[in-house]
Design a protein around this ligand. Structure first.
Ligand code: NAD
Length: 256
């Protein structure tokens, strides 16, 4: 799908994967809305790229009004043809039953699901509604939404009950969304990354690579955010990719 003359929305656009994706979308010719809760980082990225191609909108995926405003900012620029949903959220890292025999909080579980899964649904459905108003391209396509799961959505590790359930939900949403949106000419794809170095790790890359790199089969390192972004743009480009989840994990399978 040609993004020249189109807008694109990256939710979580100030994060590791988000920033790399914003840069690739701008290079592909889109006017990009960077939607994120991180105001300073998001505005700094928009300023660096320039107001002719990038706009920052403070956005919280748990709010309808907030997501509506981000989508409106994109459609005000040009027809919205690509949306990448790649925001972060809470990660508790607690077992379902702790050493004292206490059950993990259902309220915290629900909050994680709300941010990662319901937030993804909110952005996907609202972006698709906007895309359904676009004139179709010669291909008949009106737009594409790319969501972000995790390989933990397939192989959840110890302490990831909320995160793996939310990401499994994002994977499960993909085919239904693609089927629901087929009459609108909107594709939906999901990317399930393995371990990629981003600011989410809260440490220097060298330290993170030393810790997690050796466990990855080949290449024996954490992924680079631009490798995620590259896949996102390949999905935008290829109309025949629809309704499925692509693992990008260098053959990593989480064990316990
Ligand atoms: N980095 C990895 O190894 C990895 C692996 C698998 C899946 N993922 C997934 O990729 C996504 C992005 O991860 P990342 O590594 O780029 O993280 P990151 O922390 O670098 O970026 C996440 C961004 O999302 C924003 N954000 C958080 N809550 C938000 C909300 N409620 N509304 C809007 N924006 C919000 C943050 O401000 C941040 O800028 C996440 O969904 C994560 O679960 C990452």
């Amino acid at each position: 799908m040609d993004l020249n003359g189109a807008s694109a929305l990256v939710v979580g656009g100030a994060g590791g994967f988000g920033e790399a994706t914003v840069r690739r979308l701008v290079t592909a010719g889109a006017k990009v809305v960077i939607a994120d809760m991180a105001v300073d980082k998001g505005q700094k990225l928009a300023d660096e790229l320039g107001s002719d191609v990038a706009t920052f909108v403070a956005t919280d995926v748990t709010s309808d009004e907030s997501v509506d405003a981000a989508i409106k900012a994109a459609t005000d620029l040009a027809p919205l043809r690509a949306t990448v949903v790649v925001h972060g959220g809470p990660a508790a890292g607690k077992r379902m039953v702790n050493r004292k025999g206490e059950a993990y909080s259902a309220a915290i579980f629900a909050r994680t699901v709300d941010v990662f899964l319901t937030g993804t649904f909110r952005v996907t459905s609202k972006a698709a509604a906007a895309m359904s108003q676009n004139e179709p391209l010669d291909s008949g396509q009106r737009g594409v939404v790319i969501t972000t799961a995790s390989i933990a959505g397939f192989e959840g590790q110890v302490g990831q009950s909320d995160y793996s359930a939310a990401k499994g939900g994002v994977i499960g949403l993909t085919l239904t969304a693609a089927r629901d949106l087929a009459p609108s000419g909107v594709r939906v794809m999901c990317i399930a990354p393995g371990t990629f170095f981003t600011p989410a790790y809260g440490m220097e890359e060298e330290e993170a690579q030393a810790k997690w790199g050796p466990g990855v089969p080949n290449p024996k390192r954490m992924g680079h955010a631009d490798e995620y972004a590259n896949l996102a743009l390949q999905i935008v480009d290829n109309d025949y990719l629809n309704g499925t989840t692509i693992r990008i994990d260098a053959a990593l399978r989480f064990n316990i």
